[in-house]
Design a protein around this ligand. Structure first.
Ligand code: PLP
Length: 901
């Protein structure tokens, strides 16, 4: 049995530039150094080229030279072969045109009547070639389970066994064979038998079977040795001169040696073998651990329960970067493989890019299904070949593929994704139906959503001129509720637009002029102006002269019609907001987000992941503001954001997209507008810490367009003054962005820095002429003693809102006094936190049905007819319509579990 070798400290008896001397002992190079150093002392380049040249020639002049004809030998190939021999602990190496060509050369050592013992979980192509020589050459092949050396013994025949063919770990089940023990046992019983190892899965970096008694080793160099999937090659190595002679004879006779250009490419690839492999196997280990922790059956030698792990550790120096796992269901596996984006669907492995595949339908499809079953190759097996991409991206992509396929789902109890057992899925569906009210379909459900408004913290106005603005979500939200109707009508109720209500007969909408999108078709960049005109002239005409309500209804009807196709659900959509409308706090974007998300849910363009049934619903409650975060996948959030942007375009013509992005994703983002030599960009500020702010609505109406134009005019008249101001605002935004995203920054320090930046930014806005006496009053009130707070205008200025940073340490009684003082001045102050969650959807799987019946008492119920017994029962709508705005968010919170982006 060979010793375990740690490649990183392995001592290879190979030449180094430093000569050995009694004074200075030669210290041989480690593997990665050997890999990167292509040097052949017997083949010095005439010009000292640092990269081996490509001798792209078939023939060589002269008669007595070392080379005459490239089939027999070529200098580029000699370099490669010398290099591979060096890193494989081999005396001889041969480069041929593919891994299968390598095996073909090796199998030509056999003659009719010989017997081969081979593994039962071999690469499909190997099986195919073995089948060929069995049928055409008359060689008998025994497939045995090589994980158990004892199972080989009965097949060893000292007279007939000519070859034992092994792979370890095998592909794709990662079965381990004790190469050292098997070589020893075979040699003892059949000394003439040649032990051959396919080492493709490991490469010489991680395993050198010649050191463990193998006679011949081959690699599909198409894989790790080259590393880039840009060439096909095979390498054969051995120490025995007699075997080398026969192999060289075959290669020369057959003419399948590797071409000079491919030798060059392979040589280049090999130089980075060790670094690539280190990265790849570290990530593979993370991926294996992740899948294992979810409860999938994972095949990877690095896992503690992997069969044969100790053997592998003894003969190899690492676990490699291929792993496989079982999902329990072939269709589910197909969905997962189809859902991955970063993991490319492809056969093969060893490349710097990560790959995902289903061996039974791809690489091993050449083995018939019965044989696959007999060899225990699961039809649902997914193979992952890990590349060098960022590990977190790979894990993220895999997680999304698993979620989208329904293989994992969010568990409220564990606040984590857990595996959905395939046979549990049917059960979950049933539970889901029970939990959401008997036989109700998704369309019959009430969908209750909410989305935050936004506040611009820094950079308003300057953003129009290419300066970065920092926007963050506020925890004042718009709420949207769809309730099914059973009268083929569609209705909207906009509480905050003068309690506007309107209903339409669905059949009377101008369907003949409406071109809806196909099921998976995305909305194009341009709005459908024809549809807008048709809606304006038809269904919206009934509304009359109510521009705000008309605009909101247009956005809603437009999305309803675009998404409809033949499916035209009948329901009511009610929207209410705890945000002041029209105060520059993104109320329209939060409305757009609510309308878009409910419509997408109703049309089943998005669906929220079902969750495994809780054992005890009474324990299922969760902390809404944190634990539901990330329960809505980024893919869903992006789809909602695309449609919210469509609604925003209808409402505002040419919006930047900042408001809807903040509303959907929450948190904070930095936005830079296109032009001015910059590309438009929106970047989430990671790690943004939620901050307390006071938003004070001056209630002074303002004309945003006029204010923006005013700054433009000033820029024309005093370009130097304005560009100085813009530069200063840019550095404020940069500073704020750095501070907000700095995880190390101490909270007090952050608050102090932000206060200073707020004052500074406000000063610049005053210089740009966009403040207003009412905003200055708010600033003076909040800034004076005993409060001493920093305030700036937010948004367009000229009225609207001011934002005041409220430090954590600010006393409650002081805050009460300040609020009262502002109210006495006829301002509307809102205490809010900034940077919280984006879009939220009330989980239909677990809602608490206690909505305080009786609370509505004798109040008017808008457009809902109270039932005779006075009890509304299941529907949320009656309660939603009448809750005082001050209780709306607490009431919504208590309804059940909210899932957030
Ligand atoms: N051996 C193993 C383990 C393989 O995975 C492959 C190819 O996938 C081969 C051999 C054949 O190599 P090639 O495709 O370079 O002919």
């Amino acid at each position: 049995m060979g010793p375990s070798i740690d490649t990183k400290s392995a001592i290879h008896d190979l030449p180094t530039p430093d000569p050995d001397s009694p004074l200075k002992i030669r210290r041989p190079y480690k593997f990665s150094t050997l890999c990167a150093t292509v040097e052949n002392p017997h083949q010095k380049d005439q010009y000292g080229s640092s990269s081996v040249p490509i001798y792209q020639t078939a023939t060589f002049k002269g008669v007595a030279g070392e080379y005459d004809y490239s089939r027999s030998g070529n200098p580029t190939r000699s370099h490669l072969e010398h290099h591979i021999a060096k890193i494989s602990s081999a005396a001889h190496a041969f480069a041929v045109s593919s891994g299968m060509a390598a095996l073909d050369v090796i199998l030509r050592l056999l003659k009719p009547g010989d017997e081969v013992i081979a593994g039962d979980d071999l690469y499909g192509g190997t099986n195919r070639l073995l089948g060929y020589i069995r049928d055409h050459v008359g060689v008998k092949v025994h497939h045995v389970d090589t994980t158990d050396p004892a199972s080989i013994l009965p097949f060893i025949n000292p007279d007939k066994t000519a070859m034992v063919l092994l792979e370890s770990p095998t592909n794709p089940l990662l079965k381990i064979a004790d190469l050292a023990l098997i070589s020893k046992e075979v040699k003892e019983r059949a000394p003439a038998a040649v032990v051959v190892v396919d080492n493709t899965m490991m490469s010489p970096y991680l395993q050198r079977p010649l050191e463990h008694g193998a006679d011949i080793v081959y690699d599909s160099a198409t894989k790790y040795l080259s590393g880039h999937h840009d060439l096909m090659a095979g390498m054969i190595t051995c120490n025995r001169d007699d075997l080398a002679k026969q192999l060289a004879f075959v290669i020369n006779s057959v003419g399948n040696a590797l071409t000079p250009i491919d030798c060059f490419l392979l040589l280049r690839g090999v130089k980075t073998l060790a670094v690539r492999m280190d990265r790849q196997q570290t990530t593979a280990s993370l991926v294996a651990t992740y899948l294992h922790s979810l409860g999938f059956k994972v095949h990877y030698p690095g896992l503690p329960d992997h069969p044969g792990r100790e053997i592998h550790q003894r003969i190899a120096d690492g676990n490699g970067a291929v792993l496989s796992f079982e999902t329990g269901n072939k269709e589910l596996s197909e969905k997962i493989v189809g859902g991955a984006r970063l993991w490319g669907i492809s056969v093969s492995f060893g490349c710097v890019n990560s790959l995902i595949s289903m061996p039974c339908v791809m690489s091993h499809a050449s083995i018939d299904p019965a044989t696959r079953a007999a060899r225990g190759l699961p039809e649902d097996l997914i193979r992952l070949c890990v590349g060098i991409e960022d590990p977190s991206d790979l894990l993220d992509d895999l997680e999304h593929a698993l979620i989208d396929a329904g293989a994992i789902a969010l568990s409220m109890q564990q606040n984590a994704y857990v595996r959905v057992q395939p046979d549990e899925k049917a059960l979950n569906k049933a539970v889901e139906q029970l939990a959401i009210g008997g036989s109700k379909s998704k369309e019959e459900l009430e969908w209750f959503v909410s989305a935050p408004g936004k506040v611009i913290l820094f950079g308003e106005h300057a953003v129009v001129h290419g300066v970065t603005a920092i926007a963050a979500s506020v925890d004042l939200r718009c709420y949207g509720l769809t309730t099914p109707r059973y009268d083929n009508k569609l209705s909207v109720h906009f509480h905050d637009i003068d309690n506007f209500y309107h209903e339409w007969d669905i059949d009377k909408l101008p369907w003949s002029s409406i071109s809806s999108l196909a099921a998976n078709e995305e909305h194009p960049e341009e709005l459908d102006q024809h549809l807008i005109d048709v809606l304006q002239q038809g269904p919206l005409n009934e509304i009359g002269d109510k521009p705000q309500a008309r605009a909101a209804a247009l956005a809603f009807l437009y999305m309803y019609a675009k998404l409809a196709g033949s499916h035209r659900p009948s329901f009511n959509f009610s929207a209410r907001s705890t945000l002041p409308v029209g105060a520059g706090l993104g109320s329209s974007a939060s409305f757009s987000t609510c309308a878009a998300s409910t419509l997408l849910l109703l049309y089943r363009r998005i669906s929220i992941p079902s969750v495994p049934a809780p054992n005890d619903p009474s324990t299922g409650h969760m902390n809404v503001s944190h634990e539901g975060r990330r329960a809505i996948t980024p893919a869903i959030a992006e789809e909602v954001n695309r449609w919210a942007f469509v609604a925003e375009k209808i409402l505002h013509g040419n919006p930047s997209g900042v408001d809807n992005s903040v509303s959907v994703f929450g948190g904070a983002l930095a936005y830079t507008r296109a032009g001015f030599g910059k590309k438009s960009g929106m970047e989430q500020i990671q790690g943004f810490k939620s901050l307390r702010f006071l938003l004070t609505n001056s209630k002074i109406p303002r004309d945003t367009k006029k204010l923006v134009a005013g700054v433009g005019q000033m820029k024309l008249e005093q370009p130097e003054v304005v560009s100085k101001l813009l530069e200063s605002i840019q550095s404020i935004s940069d500073e704020a962005r750095r501070a907000l995203a700095d995880p190390e920054m101490d909270r007090d320090h952050l608050l102090l820095a932000l206060s200073a930046l707020i004052n500074e930014n406000h000063g610049h806005l005053v210089s740009l002429g966009v403040s207003h006496p009412s905003l200055e009053t708010i600033r003076t009130k909040t800034g004076s003693q005993p409060y001493g707070l920093s305030t700036k205008l937010t948004g367009a200025g000229g009225g609207g809102c001011a934002v005041t940073l409220v430090p954590d340490s600010f006393k409650d009684d002081l805050l009460r006094d300040l609020l009262a003082e502002l109210q006495n001045n006829k301002f509307d102050p809102y205490l809010t936190s900034v940077g919280g969650s984006g879009l939220g959807i009330l989980s239909p799987y677990e809602q608490h049905r206690n909505k305080n019946p009786g609370l509505y008492g004798s109040q008017t119920l808008g457009h809902v007819t109270p039932p005779e017994d006075g009890v509304f029962g299941e529907s949320l709508r009656p309660y939603f319509e009448i809750k005082p705005v001050s209780e709306l968010s607490d009431w919504a919170y208590e309804l059940g579990k909210w899932l957030y982006v």
